[in-house]
Design a protein around this ligand. Structure first.
Ligand code: UDP
Ligand code: MN
Length: 256
């Protein structure tokens, strides 16, 4: 359990974990993170929000970045935050960029074990696709043509090696990422897939241990939970979509 102190693998030092959030979620979605997995990786984890929050700043050791992006679920706002996440990672000098949403639980020890199997000097785009076929969109550079590519769902989390992030720089750095999103008019995670798979021709490597709430959390076998890298949760009209874990007090942590 997260209450047992575990030695943080050395590799974690090279990982930059970006969590996308918004002022409206500071009081609801962030406490379950701050009380659990954040404590394993407080130096690696940064929150990308849209307001100043002195109390949160204090609690995270100054790890909240006000992106000044608009606090909305609109594509432009989400691409704006991803652009700041990317630029902040580039400036950090770390070897791996990993993005998560604020409704993810991240098994940071397992994450670092996964990354230890890959070289950050090679191009790696690690994540989980949620749609069963590559996305097809019209090519805005070549009218009448289509492009198709896979993308890793942002809500499950994904990682990019530094080598790949460096190759993205001419296209994505200094806020250029937002321009790509504007051009294809698609959300931030799709924009990452478009840049990496379509423009740079680096394929998504599917890692099944990333999970978004597009999946049914209860179908992850209890004896396999500790091998997973990320989880999520959501509230459905009738039933909450949460991991099946009887040992967790559902009153104390409804998100499990
Ligand atoms: N989000 C945001 N601004 C908003 C709404 C959502 O930055 O106005 C972020 C939120 O913090 C989360 C991600 O976008 O990290 C996805 O939001 P949510 O889980 O609410 O929706 P989903 O896309 O998963 O249905
Ligand atoms: Mn979500």
């Amino acid at each position: 359990s997260f209450e047992e102190a575990r030695p943080v693998p050395d590799l974690l030092r090279h990982v930059f974990i970006a969590v996308k959030t918004s002022g409206q979620f500071h009081g609801t979605r962030l406490p379950p993170i701050l009380d659990t997995w954040f404590t394993t990786a407080p130096n690696q984890t940064w929150f990308f929000s849209d307001i100043d929050d002195a109390e949160l700043q204090q609690r995270t050791g100054g790890h909240v970045i006000n992106t000044n992006c608009s606090p909305s679920h609109r594509r432009e706002a989400l691409c704006c935050k991803m652009a700041v996440e990317y630029d902040t990672f580039m400036a950090s000098g770390k070897k791996w960029f990993c993005h998560f949403d604020d409704d993810n639980y991240v098994n940071v020890v397992r994450l670092s074990e996964l990354l230890s199997g890959y070289s950050p000097q090679q191009d790696w785009y690690l994540g989980k696709n949620s749609i069963r076929a590559p996305l097809q969109i019209l090519d805005r550079d070549r009218p009448g043509e289509r492009v198709s590519f896979w993308f890793a769902t942002g809500g499950a989390g994904f990682c990019l090696s530094r080598a790949l992030a460096l190759k993205m720089a001419p296209i994505a750095s200094g806020g250029r990422f937002m321009r790509v999103g504007d051009k294809i008019r698609l959300p931030d995670d799709v924009t990452v897939g478009y840049i990496v798979e379509h423009l740079l021709k680096v394929p998504l490597s599917v890692v099944d241990q990333f999970h978004s709430h597009l999946e049914q959390m209860k179908f992850i076998r209890t004896d396999q939970l500790s091998k997973q890298i990320s989880f999520s949760y959501s509230q459905y009209p009738d039933e909450a979509n949460v991991v099946s874990l009887d040992t967790l007090d559902s009153q104390r942590d409804p998100t499990r």
